[in-house]
Design a protein around this ligand. Structure first.
Ligand SMILES: [Zn+2]
Length: 623
C-alpha cells in the first residue's frame, strides 16, 4: 500500500520544495492530525516526538504511572509499535506510527454485518438481494484471503541525511504467521538483490522494475470466483482464457507459465541526440526519448508469437546476434522522433523497445561492456542509503525532471494565455529545482518496507503533492470554464422555457376566443379576476395565470422556474402551484393579446429574456 503515493511523491516532488516555512506548517498540520487521531482511534501510539521512543517493556495490567506527576505510563495494550518504529529513521521531519490491528482485524466480519444491514432494507427486490449477497461473498472471501486483516501497524518517517539528500521510509507490518495473503506475495515473496539495476543504460531518465506473481493473481481470482458458487461468473471466467487464445493465438496457461515473475520499464533521454517538437509558434528542443519494456521470461513463447505477427510486414527484419534474437519493424510517425518497433529475446528477458540500439544498450550495461547508470555518481550516491535487497525499485533521474520542467517552461512561454500566470507557475512548480530520487520496496520477514532517497523532502511532498499538483491546479484552471459553460447552458434552457410558455399561451388562446387566460373570466376557465398589474404591466399573480395553462404546459411545472433562479423551486403539480414556484412574470391587460404581436407577454427577471405575443423570444443579457 501507499507504494504509488510514495513514488508519486518523488515525481511530484518538483511541485513542493517550497520555502521552509511552508513545510513547517505542514509538519504542524500533521501533528494536529496525529493529536486528533489519538483522541478518536483506539490504537494510535505516540509518534510525533522522534526521540522519545517508548521503552520495550512488557505491558502491565495496571498501566501505572512510572513517576509522580510526569504522566508516564506503560501502554496497557501491546501493539507493533516497537517492531515498526525500529525500522524507521528517528530525529527527522516526520515520524508516525499507526496501530491498525484493531481496525483491520475482523474487517471481513464488519463487511458481512454491512451486508446484513443492506439486505434487510425494505424495498430490496429478490434479484437485487441475490446480487448484493454474491458481491459481498466475493468481497469477504477476497478480504480474508488477501492478508489485509493481518496488517498490525503502519509507520512513516522522513529525515535529512545530507545537505542535499533526504530519506523517507514507509513500513507496513504484519504479525508473525499473517504473511500468506496475496497482498504480501503478489509483488514479491522474498527480497533479493535488485539485478535489473545493472540493466539501466546511462541515458536512463526513469525506470520502474518489480516482481509480479501473475500466476498467483490468476489463481486468486479463480478461487474467489469458484468459491462464490455463482455458475454464471465461473462460466464467464472460463471463457476468458478461450478468448485470449483466439485473439492472441497463444495458450493462456503457456503464456502465464512463460512469465518469469518480474517486469520493468525504462525511459531514456539521449542528450547526444536532440529532437525538435513543433509546439505553438516556437519549436521545443528535447533530448531524444526512448522506451523499453523488459519482461523476465522462462522461455521464448512470447517472443516467437510477437515476432511471427510482425513478420507479416515485409519491412520487418529478423536477426540473431550473439545470445540475442531481435526483430525490428520501422514505423513512420508524424513526429520528428525515429521509431523502430523492436522486440527481442536474450533468453532470460523479453524486450519491447522503440529502437534496437536501446535493447543493445540494456544488454551492454548488464554485461559491463559499457558503463550503465549504476556506475554514475548520482545513482551511487542514492544507492548507498538504500537496502541492498528488495522486490521493486523506482528511479526518477535529474535528467527526467529537467526535461519535464523544460517542457513546462516552454509550453507556458508559447501560450499567450498563460503569459500572465507564468510567474505564478514558475514559483509554484519551483522550475529551477529539478527533483530526483530512488525508491526501493521489498518484502521483509514481517511486512513490506519502502525506502526512498532523493533531493526532496518527502514528508511535505507526500502530503502536498497529490493534493496541490493533482487537484488544485487543474481545478483552478477548469472551474471558471465550467462555471461559464453552466451559465451558458442555463441561459439557453431559460429561453426554451419561455418559448414553451409562448406555445402554451397560443394554443390556449386558439380554444378561447383568441384571448390569453388573464383576459378571460374564471367562469369561462380563465384567470381574469386574479389580475393585479404592477410595474410595467407585470402581474403580481402570475402563478394564477399559469395554473390555467396546466394542460397546455404538459403538466410540467418545472418549466416555470428559470434554471438560473435558485430562490424558486418547481411545484410538485399545478394544483399546488404558488408564487414561490414561478420565476417568469406575465404581463396582463387587454392590450396584451395575440394580435399585438410585438407586445411583451412574459419575461425572466434573472436573464431579462422577453417573450412576445407572437411567441418570439428576445435575449436579455447576452452570455
Ligand atoms: Zn432565466
Amino acid at each position: 500500500m501507499n507504494r504509488t503515493q510514495n513514488q508519486g511523491c518523488r515525481i511530484g516532488a518538483t511541485a513542493v520544495k517550497q520555502r521552509r516555512v511552508n513545510k513547517q506548517s505542514f509538519v504542524n498540520l500533521l501533528g494536529t492530525l496525529i493529536v486528533s487521531l489519538v483522541a478518536t482511534g483506539p490504537g494510535f501510539g505516540p509518534g510525533a516526538g522522534a526521540q522519545d521512543q517508548v521503552p520495550a517493556q512488557p505491558p502491565t495490567a495496571e498501566g501505572a504511572p512510572a513517576g509522580p506527576g510526569n504522566g508516564a505510563f506503560t501502554p496497557a495494550r501491546k501493539t507493533s509499535f516497537d517492531q515498526v518504529t525500529r525500522q524507521l529513521d528517528p530525529g527527522g521531519d516526520v515520524f508516525v506510527y499507526l496501530a491498525t490491528d484493531r481496525w483491520l482485524a475482523g474487517l471481513a466480519t464488519n463487511v458481512s454485518q454491512l451486508r446484513d444491514v443492506l439486505e434487510h432494507l425494505p424495498n430490496v427486490p429478490a434479484a437485487g438481494r441475490e446480487q448484493i449477497d454474491l458481491g459481498f461473498k466475493m468481497l469477504i472471501d477476497a478480504i480474508s484471503r488477501s492478508g489485509v486483516e493481518g496488517i498490525s501497524g503502519v509507520g512513516l518517517s522522513g529525515a535529512q541525511i545530507s545537505q542535499e539528500l533526504h530519506r523517507s521510509k514507509l513500513v507496513v507490518h504484519y504479525n508473525p504467521g499473517q504473511g500468506e495473503g496475496l497482498l504480501w506475495n503478489l509483488l514479491g515473496r522474498q527480497a533479493h538483490p535488485l539485478r535489473p539495476m545493472a540493466m539501466l543504460p546511462k541515458t536512463t531518465a526513469l525506470a520502474l522494475f518489480g516482481d509480479l506473481d501473475a500466476m498467483g493473481a490468476w489463481t486468486f481470482i479463480e478461487r474467489t470466483v469458484s468459491d462464490s458458487g455463482d455458475a454464471g461468473l465461473a462460466a464467464g471466467l472460463r471463457e476468458w482464457p478461450r478468448r485470449f487464445e483466439q485473439g492472441a493465438k497463444l495458450s493462456w496457461t503457456n503464456f502465464l507459465a512463460s512469465f518469469g515473475g518480474e517486469a520493468g520499464i525504462i525511459l531514456t533521454l539521449d542528450d547526444s541526440r536532440k529532437i525538435t517538437l513543433p509546439l505553438g509558434p516556437q519549436a521545443l528542443e528535447l533530448p531524444e526519448p526512448g522506451l523499453i519494456v523488459a519482461v523476465k521470461i522462462n522461455n521464448d513463447t512470447l517472443f516467437e508469437r510477437v515476432s511471427q505477427e510482425m513478420k507479416a510486414n515485409p519491412q520487418t527484419e529478423l536477426k540473431e546476434e550473439a545470445g540475442l534474437k531481435i526483430c525490428v519493424m520501422p514505423l513512420p510517425l508524424p513526429l520528428p522522433v525515429p521509431l523502430q518497433l523492436t522486440v527481442a529475446s536474450s533468453g532470460d528477458y523479453f524486450f519491447a523497445a522503440t529502437s534496437p540500439e536501446l535493447v543493445r544498450a540494456v544488454l551492454d550495461a548488464r554485461s559491463g561492456k559499457t558503463p550503465g547508470l549504476g556506475e554514475s555518481a548520482e545513482f551511487k550516491a542514492l544507492r548507498q542509503y538504500l537496502p541492498a535487497e528488495g522486490n521493486q525499485f523506482f528511479y526518477a533521474g535529474k535528467r527526467f525532471s529537467e526535461a519535464l520542467l523544460e517542457i513546462q517552461k516552454q509550453a507556458m512561454q508559447s501560450n499567450p494565455l498563460m503569459a500572465g500566470q507564468t510567474d505564478f507557475f514558475n514559483r509554484f512548480l519551483s522550475v529551477n529545482d529539478a527533483g530526483y530520487g530512488l525508491v526501493v520496496g521489498g518484502h521483509t520477514p514481517s511486512g513490506w518496507q519502502l525506502v526512498s532517497v532523493g533531493n526532496h523532502d518527502c514528508s511535505g511532498a507526500l502530503l502536498m503533492a497529490p493534493v496541490a499538483g493533482g487537484i488544485a491546479v487543474p481545478a483552478a484552471l477548469l472551474l471558471p470554464a465550467l462555471a461559464k459553460a453552466k451559465a451558458r447552458a442555463q441561459n439557453i434552457a431559460c429561453q426554451n422555457n419561455l418559448k414553451m410558455i409562448g406555445v402554451a399561451c397560443a394554443t390556449w388562446a386558439l380554444d378561447n376566443g383568441d384571448q390569453f387566460p388573464f383576459n378571460v373570466s374564471t367562469n369561462k376557465g380563465g384567470s381574469l379576476e386574479f389580475c393585479a398589474r404592477g410595474d410595467g404591466g407585470f402581474d403580481q399573480n402570475s402563478f394564477r395565470h399559469f395554473m390555467v395553462l396546466s394542460n397546455n404546459l404538459g403538466s410540467r411545472p418545472q418549466i416555470l422556474v428559470c434554471p438560473g433562479d435558485s430562490s424558486r423551486k418547481p411545484a410538485a403539480d399545478f394544483l399546488s402551484l404558488e408564487a414561490a414556484n414561478v420565476t417568469y412574470q406575465v404581463r396582463s391587460g387587454t392590450d396584451v393579446n395575440p394580435k399585438q404581436t410585438q407586445e411583451v407577454l412574459a419575461r425572466c427577471p434573472i436573464h431579462g429574456h422577453e417573450l412576445h405575443c407572437d411567441g418570439s423570444v428576445t435575449q436579455g443579457h447576452p452570455q
